[in-house]
Write a protein that binds this ligand. Structure first.
Ligand code: NAD
Length: 339
């Protein structure tokens, strides 16, 4: 698996074409609306079958997997075929899963178009869909042939999704590389390549998340629960917003369970308020949010395990936390970060 950066990176797609006869591009309606002519000119000599799904988290569904399988099937796709996932994390998760399960797996490449996908979701070969609003319950590990990162796509990305990506990037400051502490809304472009390489390095040491890779779940146990809880509501949270809240809860628990200096909690609260928006947390039902946590993939014997930190760059994995403390760490979010 290779990661290519820069404006010329897209030419990598055409360089790969000699290896394939059939080409499919999976994207969502927003991206198709903006980039349809770019898609048409991507492979000038070849015919490309377009597969366009609705935007947003709810597109990570078995119905859309079936739609993709069907498009592949009617075109008689096989080992000679390449699926190009052009989009954010929703598209790479969905497309990677559909490609890896169709006929026991056809090749795919990820061309991330959101900040969050460039620095995280498109890298590492975790693919999957949601089940009954629970996040990523069905999925597998399977790496793309290549990842092609061209930050020009960010010119059309809205501010909310830029902030979402910046929030996800901040997790690296606590679990992997404390130089991300200086990350903010004005300088995030400088951190993209470093963030992508940080993720790639961690994944290359532990593809199947049996050890080191677990640190990337920092903020995600509570983040995923919040994202799931709000997914079908008008005041839905983006993945990055939910993770930003989850990071605060994890730091709160880290003070109690791992001796993290409380100043980091204050630092992060200020960072959040200086770079991200306060969120609409109406209809905040902590018991229902707790129910989503019980299905977290890291749970053992029904008990959730948390990634916490003793200090930046010193993550502690598999920490068992008392349910009453988890509840407290969620309840505090409503006071601190709601509009
Ligand atoms: N597999 C992994 O390792 C991993 C890691 C992190 C997150 N994820 C998953 O990623 C998903 C979130 O990804 P996301 O934040 O990229 O969301 P997304 O893919 O839903 O994209 C967000 C929005 O941006 C729009 N968009 C995308 N690119 C655009 C562009 N260049 N210009 C204009 N609009 C554009 C999309 O249409 C969508 O409305 C979640 O489902 C999360 O679980 C996966």
């Amino acid at each position: 698996m290779n990661i290519f950066f820069g404006e010329a990176a897209l030419s990598q797609v055409s360089m790969m074409t000699n290896n394939y006869d059939k080409f499919f591009v999976l994207t969502d309606e927003n991206i198709y609306g903006i980039y349809s002519s770019m898609i048409a000119s991507m492979l000038p000599e070849k015919e490309i079958t377009k597969i366009v799904v609705p935007c947003g988290e709810q597109s990570k569904s078995i119905e859309n997997v079936m739609l993709i399988w069907n498009k592949l099937f009617v075109s008689n796709a096989g080992r000679d075929s390449l699926l190009i996932n052009l989009g954010g994390g929703t598209i790479s998760d969905l497309g990677g899963f559909a490609a890896s399960t169709y006929k026991r797996g056809i090749d795919f490449v990820n061309v991330p178009t959101t900040l969050l996908a460039m620095i995280d979701a498109s890298i590492g070969g975790k693919n999957g869909i949601n089940y009954k609003n629970y996040k990523n319950q069905i999925g597998l590990f399977s790496e793309p042939k290549s990842i092609i990162i061209n930050t020009q796509f960010l010119k059309t990305l809205n501010e909310r999704d830029i902030k979402s990506g910046v929030a996800e990037m901040m997790k690296y400051a606590f679990v992997a590389d404390s130089s991300f502490i200086d990350l903010d809304l004005d300088n995030y472009m400088e951190y993209i390549e470093k963030a992508a390489m940080t993720k790639d390095e961690i994944v290359s040491l532990d593809m199947r998340e049996s050890g080191l890779r677990k640190i990337l779940n920092f903020g995600h146990t509570i983040g995923h629960a919040l994202e799931s809880y709000y997914v079908d509501k008008e005041n839905y949270l983006t993945h990055g917003e939910a993770v930003a809240l989850g990071i605060y809860s994890s730091l709160y628990l880290s003070v109690k369970y791992c001796g993290l200096d409380e100043n980091w909690l204050f630092f992060y609260e200020m960072w959040f308020k200086g770079n991200l928006d306060l969120l609409n947390l109406d209809d905040f039902d902590v018991d229902k949010i707790m129910k989503y946590i019980s299905h977290d993939k890291k749970s053992k014997g029904g008990k959730p395990r948390f990634v916490l930190v003793a200090k930046p760059e010193k993550p502690v994995v598999d920490v068992e936390v008392m349910p009453s403390d988890i509840k407290d760490s969620i309840l505090i979010l409503k006071n601190k970060f709601s509009k």
